[in-house]
Design a binder for this molecule. Structure first.
Ligand code: PLP
Length: 379
């Protein structure tokens, strides 16, 4: 038989092993998607489009109206891009892949602030690009600029940013983003900015875009989507925008692969920007849960957790329990009936576990109660 793509052998399976739906009595702190229904007016907008018969091929980069709506939405983050430089993708993930196909060549090295969401590593490896995992500071999960400087080689062509961050919940300050932009200018790097969690921040400054700093706009590709902020994970809708010369090539990549997202989803995605009250309602829920779960985990023996700053994740240092993160996750599941993600599934995450608080207050209280009882009995 002929060979297959050999690079696939180097692509990991991410969190999959620890995301398997467990028996119903298990409390899951693993799932990275909001537990709310998509706001009903967005659902209605998709149904209306179907009723109008919007089921044929359409403009590959996305309808003009939708691209305009994304362009206006991004203004709130100081990202100024013409609507013709916006392209709608099947999920943020596809937008990330498009950006990598467009900007990178086999043999390139790309900096990741680690621990990093595992899909970046897999996508880069698929393209024959080497991910360079540069550890963040362990006390707050913010960038370590000395480590970044020493990781740059003549092959480094890009850095991937993700603030608010999955898995750590860190939100980089605007002065850190400014420094990261200056660093990218100094070393002539592309910036792939995964801003999928931009509207879920708990810091005063919130999300900050490299495009607003000197030299940033010409080298930054901003990528986001509807999955997290609007609770639309299954709709598979994302966007990508960047400098015109980059977007020209992104359009070619898209036209050569997906063509476009489902036509009847586009009016719904546009309507989502008119449903910001629903977004705020969900954000308020996450804000309450964040306080509750942080307080709960801080009370666990041997566990230390910096305050989560964004997204709906918390990254917990469990080294004080004497267990490895994998042992912790396996035993928490077996003995406390709580599911969590061991950090060592990502380079740089050893000794930590990722907790998602995209779950009810009731589950948070019960999960914390179980973990506390379990850890106290082990002491
Ligand atoms: N980027 C990050 C950091 C994520 O955590 C996720 C999903 O978990 C994605 C991108 C994927 O987004 P989408 O579902 O829109 O493809």
């Amino acid at each position: 038989m002929p060979n297959m793509n050999e690079r696939l052998a180097h692509v990991g399976s991410g969190f999959a092993k620890f995301l398997t739906p467990p028996e119903p009595d298990v409390i899951r702190f693993t799932v990275g998607q909001p537990d709310f229904d998509t706001p009903s007016s967005i659902v209605e907008a998709a149904k209306d489009a179907l009723d109008r018969g919007e089921t044929a091929y359409t403009r590959p980069q996305g309808s003009v109206e939708l691209c305009q709506a994304v362009s206006s939405h991004l203004e709130r983050y100081n990202i100024h891009r013409d609507h013709d430089d916006v392209l709608i993708t099947p999920g943020c993930k596809q937008a990330l892949f498009y950006s990598m196909i467009t900007l990178l060549n086999p043999g390139d090295e790309v900096l990741l602030l680690s621990p990093a969401w595992p899909s970046y590593d897999g996508m880069l490896r698929l393209l024959g690009v080497t991910p360079i995992h540069v550890p963040v500071l362990q006390h707050n999960y913010h960038p370590d600029f000395d480590a970044l400087a020493s990781a740059v080689t003549s092959k480094t062509t890009a850095i991937i940013l993700n603030s608010p961050n999955n898995p750590t919940g860190a939100v980089y300050t605007s002065s850190e983003i400014e420094r990261l932009t200056a660093f990218s200018v100094e070393h002539d790097l592309w910036i792939i900015d995964d801003m999928i969690y931009a509207n879920l921040t708990w810091t005063d400054e919130g999300y900050s875009s490299p495009t607003q700093f000197e030299g940033g706009a010409g080298r930054t590709v901003s990528i986001g989507g509807w999955s997290k902020g609007w609770s639309m994970t299954g709709w598979r809708l994302g966007w990508i925008t960047g400098p015109t010369r980059v977007m020209t090539n992104v359009k070619t990549v898209n036209a050569s692969s997906a063509t476009h997202v489902p036509t009847f989803l586009m009016p719904a995605a546009k309507h989502a920007f008119d449903a910001m009250d629903d977004v705020e309602r969900m954000k308020k829920e996450f804000a309450k849960r964040r306080m509750l779960i942080h307080e709960g985990f801080q009370s666990l023996p041997g566990v230390n957790v910096p305050e989560p700053e964004g997204a709906f994740y918390m990254f917990c240092d469990i080294r004080g329990t004497g267990m490895s993160d994998t042992e912790f996750a396996l035993r928490a599941m077996e003995e406390a009936r709580v599911q969590c993600i061991p950090g060592s599934l990502m380079p740089g995450g050893e000794g930590f576990i990722r907790i998602s608080y995209a779950t009810s207050e009731e589950n948070i209280n019960e999960g914390v109660r179980r973990l506390k009882q379990w850890l106290e009995e082990l002491q």
